[in-house]
Write a protein that binds this ligand. Structure first.
Ligand code: PRP
Ligand code: MN
Ligand code: MG
Length: 178
């Protein structure tokens, strides 16, 4: 375990099991269409690559970079589109892939935008869900794990852009950010 991590929230094995379970569900639910999987940069990258390997039907992938945290620990409530999709979503079945759903600000803005662009359907898959933090009325249809309101890093999730490369999800030791 990395020296800055106090405890593990999701082990590599638990993450793998979540990817397998969600991948099976998505395979079943999307077998009659070719969905567009939209990864939200940067946090979703590790989850997205592992998840889509567990989907056993055709998918396309694309990415958007939408940022609301600006490196700190608290959401500012502002959403900025830093990189847009290169694919048209009109008439497409879109699966938005996120690492974590907290206030819902980020996903709410993306769902609105893709709806405005006439996606045929929009569903959300998130590895982590922190329902206690929600400020906007939005839920993910596919959830890996519900977690309490602790600041987690690893497997794509950062603190000041670090720790994204950890293969597990854990809690930072308090001395690291205080
Ligand atoms: C984090 C996380 C989600 C979003 C969740 O991204 O990866 O995308 O915040 O928070 P919300 O539900 O309160 O909107 P961040 O903006 O930190 O960008 P990053 O993925 O590049 O780290
Ligand atoms: Mn993110
Ligand atoms: Mg971040």
């Amino acid at each position: 375990m990395h020296n800055d991590i106090g405890s593990i929230v999701l082990t590599e094995e638990q993450i793998k099991a979540a990817c397998e379970r969600l991948g099976k569900q998505l395979t079943e639910d999307y077998k009659n269409t070719v969905p567009l999987c939209v990864g939200i940069l940067k946090g979703s990258v590790l989850f997205m690559t592992d998840l889509i390997k567990e989907i056993d039907t055709h998918v396309e992938i694309d990415f958007m970079d939408v940022s609301s945290y600006h490196g700190g620990m608290e959401s500012t409530g502002e959403v900025k589109i830093l990189k847009d999709l290169s694919t048209s979503v009109e008439g497409r079945d879109v699966i938005i892939i996120e690492d974590i759903l907290e206030t819902g600000t980020t996903l709410n803005a993306i769902v609105d935008l893709l709806g405005y662009r006439k996606a045929n359907s929009i569903e959300i898959v998130t590895l982590l869900d922190k329902p206690s933090r929600r400020k906007v009325d939005i839920e993910a249809k596919y959830v890996g794990e519900k977690i309490p309101d602790d600041f987690v890093v690893g497997y794509g999730l950062d603190y000041q852009e670090k720790y994204r490369n950890l293969p597990y999800i854990g809690l930072l030791k308090e001395e690291v950010y205080s």
